[in-house]
Design a protein around this ligand. Structure first.
Ligand SMILES: Nc1ncnc2c1ncn2[C@@H]1O[C@H](COP(=O)(O)OP(=O)(O)OP(=O)(O)O)[C@@H](O)[C@H]1O
Length: 240
């Protein structure tokens, strides 16, 4: 049986009367690509904010690799191996690709900086663009740089929040190959609106709706789930 690397139980995060995350259980198997999907406002970003430590839950518990991390600050979770990239691009636009990666790599106290940066760039296919100023990269390359920065610390779990947003069609294949290459060494939690990407990459899918888990299972099970079809996928996606 697959071992569980991250387990969340009964997570809640309410904003006044709005139940953004309302009693969510989630288990990630070590080495899997797990997609988190759901309509706008379902609570996906809030949930991963709880997992990464950007927000503290009102209730519930999170265990990572057997340790309770529910109250640990974000930087401590990064140190324990939870990496993440968020919807908002977090690169330094005025710095080169090299310097952006160097900043990320340095957080891991690497001895040979230049080599570590080159390796980090190669993982996301940006090794030929190291001198370029990050703000002048294509949007897709900026997203890859961000992922490279997230990977520079060799996380055991990488959380990607809408990584393909703004990608050109031709950039998606390369991104999917990159994510496939991360597992099983890294577990991936992928928040993604592009259903083609989700169905092509995810081994398991959890569907959120109004702060609650609507369904969780294999891609084929999620496609066939009537509640998911009604709430989210829409008739045109079901069974195609
Ligand atoms: N800091 C906050 N204060 C108040 N309400 C918030 C806050 N953060 C999120 N919300 C609300 O919580 C709900 C869930 O938001 P969240 O961003 O987690 O959803 P999402 O599934 O990630 O949506 P999207 O796909 O549009 O990114 C939304 O109704 C949102 O407006």
């Amino acid at each position: 049986m697959a071992s569980v690397i991250l387990q969340a139980e009964g997570l809640k995060r309410h904003f006044g009367g709005l139940k953004a995350v309302d009693g969510v259980d989630l288990a990630l198997n070590a080495g899997e690509i797990h997609a988190l999907i759901g309509p706008n406002g379902a609570g996906k970003t809030t949930l991963v904010s709880l997992l990464s430590g950007r927000q503290v839950p009102d209730a519930g518990a999170i265990r990572f690799d057997g340790t309770d991390i529910t109250r640990l600050p974000a930087h401590e979770r990064v140190r324990r191996g939870i990496g993440y990239t968020f919807q908002i691009t977090a690169i330094y636009a005025g710095l080169s690709v090299f310097d952006n990666l160097a900043l990320a790599v340095q957080r891991g106290h690497t001895r040979d900086l230049s080599r570590a940066v080159t390796e980090a760039a190669a993982r996301v296919g940006l090794e030929d663009l190291l001198p370029q100023i990050a703000g002048t990269l294509s949007y897709g390359h900026q997203r890859l740089l961000e992922i490279g920065m997230g990977l520079a610390l060799h996380p055991r779990l990488l959380i990607l929040d809408e990584p393909t947003q703004g990608f050109a069609a031709g950039e998606i294949e390369g991104f999917m190959a990159l994510v496939r290459g991360l597992v099983p060494a890294t577990t991936v939690l992928l928040i993604e609106h592009n259903m083609d990407v989700v169905m092509a990459l995810a081994e398991r899918i959890t569907v959120l709706d109004q702060g609650r888990v609507l369904a969780s299972g294999l891609p084929a099970e999620i496609r066939a789930n009537r509640a998911v079809q009604d709430a989210y996928l829409g008739g045109s996606h079901a069974g195609d």
